[in-house]
Design a protein. Structure first.
Length: 262
């Protein structure tokens, strides 16, 4: 009898602890992002996450009454981390694509962008057509990488893990151009005005749209995120993000009559 009582108490104790752990887990929102894409995802001088996506994640978690935990994960590891449950969602300037939607789900779009070109100043690149048989640097797994593979069968495509390496290839003249989103191209041209040219005008038929990535069939979480994005667009939250982090870029885009992210 005594042994049965101990076994029963142990079972109840474990059950209570499991329930407590589950309750604590439900109060946390784990967001994955690669902190290597300023001003959207980056770290400050003390190593703390900061940027548009970080502010976005903080406000989203607050709206859900959850504690925010940001996991800094390399780009190639974001979707695997989501699918295995290491993180709950991804907020990392991720483009919504049909290929990605085969394995994960997305919120409604919260921003839009298009590919642009960072060209070496001496490469005589003036349009996307000029890159067709040239040497092109792309970041592995990015939409620029996908575009280059599909549209430049005769091009010399150099694939790198890091954006900074792609930029360096162009700066040093080892690549004629780097394909990436408009803001990245704008920002890197600002840092390398003597050696690069930024071609920011969209050359694709349609914009690319960014969404929050989440696991399939997580309907309740998707609805919460969609409602937050809708409200944030209506109440000017995203405009505040643009003013705080992207003021100079927005002025440049406006001067070129190019639609902005938000």
């Amino acid at each position: 009898m005594k042994g049965m009582l101990i076994l029963l108490l142990t079972f109840l104790f474990i059950g209570c602890n499991d329930e407590k752990a589950n309750n604590n887990e439900s109060k946390v929102l784990k967001v994955g992002m690669e902190l290597a894409y300023p001003p959207f995802e980056m770290s400050d001088k003390e190593g703390n996450p900061t940027g548009v996506s970080v502010d976005f994640a903080k406000m989203l978690a607050r709206s859900m009454n959850k504690e925010l935990i940001i996991e800094n994960i390399a780009w190639d590891g974001l979707i695997p981390s989501l699918k295995t449950g290491k993180i709950d969602i991804i907020i990392s300037s991720m483009t919504i694509t049909d290929e990605r939607k085969k394995s994960i789900d997305f919120s409604i779009p919260y921003a839009k962008s298009a590919l642009a070109i960072l060209a070496n100043k001496n490469s005589n690149i003036n349009s996307i057509e000029d890159l067709k048989e040239k040497t092109i640097a792309v970041k592995k797994g990015s939409t620029g990488h996908i575009y280059a593979k599909e549209n430049f069968p005769n091009g010399n495509i150099l694939v790198f893990d890091k954006e900074s390496t792609c930029v360096l290839e162009v700066v040093q003249g080892k690549a004629d151009g780097f394909l990436y989103d408009q803001l990245t191209i704008y920002r890197n041209h600002q840092n390398h005005k003597d050696t690069t040219v930024a071609l920011l005008k969209p050359f694709q038929k349609d914009f690319e749209y960014w969404g929050v990535a989440l696991r399939k069939d997580n309907t309740e979480l998707k609805n919460q995120i969609d409602q937050f994005i809708t409200k944030a667009k209506e109440d000017g939250t995203f405009d505040d993000f643009a003013y705080k982090y992207l003021k100079d870029a927005k002025q440049t885009f406006d001067s070129l009559n190019i639609e902005f992210f938000f």
